[in-house]
Structure formats: structure tokens, C-alpha cells
Design a protein around this ligand. Sequence first.
Ligand SMILES: [Fe+2]
Ligand SMILES: [Fe+2]
Length: 168
Amino acid sequence: MEPILEELFRQHRDAEAMLVKLAAGIVRLRHEGAGGPGVVGELIEIRKDIQGEVRSHFREEELALFPVLGRHIDSSTGPIAMLMEEHALFRQLELQFEEALASLESGHHNGWAEKLCEAGDAIAQLLPPHIEKEESVLFPMAESILEEGEWAEVRRLWSEAMQAAEPA
Ligand SMILES: [Fe+2]
Ligand SMILES: [Fe+2]
């Protein structure tokens, strides 16, 4: 398998590990409230994982794989368009999570714990079927359609995107 696809699969396993932590964090928040010892600290750790997922994994798909695969399958409709919509929805939920967590961190408890739980629940519902679609539909499609020269293009686009994000 292409190394970049292997990396995307591996990042999906990291995302699943994040979901396990998120579910546990939400259970603690529901049972103990934001004042429970270490509850907010745990959620802050989870926020780092969520941000890492978006910063590296989503962008690797959006800036490298999708643009090259989109040349073969229309990206304005079909699987790429659907996956992009789910990425947008995830980012919206991420903002709701961060907004609620920032409020809890600064001591505003009024309803924010419940909002954070709702955002976390929605992320937990959205992500597994998204991963499943990529692994069962999009990645196999990429494997069968893209040729070696195009995989080199995917790798080049990704390394350029990384450099743009972190200038030397
Ligand atoms: Fe994705
Ligand atoms: Fe993905």
C-alpha cells in the first residue's frame, strides 16, 4: 500500500483512540460536573488530540489526496464532496466543543457542560461512519485509480502544505 495511505489509516486509529478518551471525558463531565478533580484537565488533553486530528489528518486528505483524486472523480459531487461536508461539520462541532471548554475553563458553568457533552456526542456519532466511508470506499478507489506518478504528486503536495504551515 502507498505509504501516504498507510499513514492515513494509522491516523484513523489515532482518531478512534481520541474518541475513546472523548467518551470517557464526557461521562466524567456528566457525572462529576466541571468541578470534579481533573475533569477539565482531561478535556483539555482531548482538545489537543482533536486539534491534532484536524491539523494533520484532515489537511492531509484535503490538501494532498483529494485534489489529485478529484481529477478522476468529480469532487463537486460524490464521495469527495460528501467527505468535505463532513469535515466542515466536524470543524463546526470542534468549535462548539472549544467554545464550551473555554467557558468552563474560565469558570462560566452556566449550561456549558451540557453544551460540551452535546458537541462531544455529535463528534462521536460523526467520525466513525466518516472513517468507515474513507476506508471502504475512497481509499480503495484511490488505490485502484492513482498511478505511481500521481502518488508522487500527492506526496509532494503534502510536503509543500506542511512547509507552508511551518516555514523553515
Ligand atoms: Fe476525512
Ligand atoms: Fe480520514
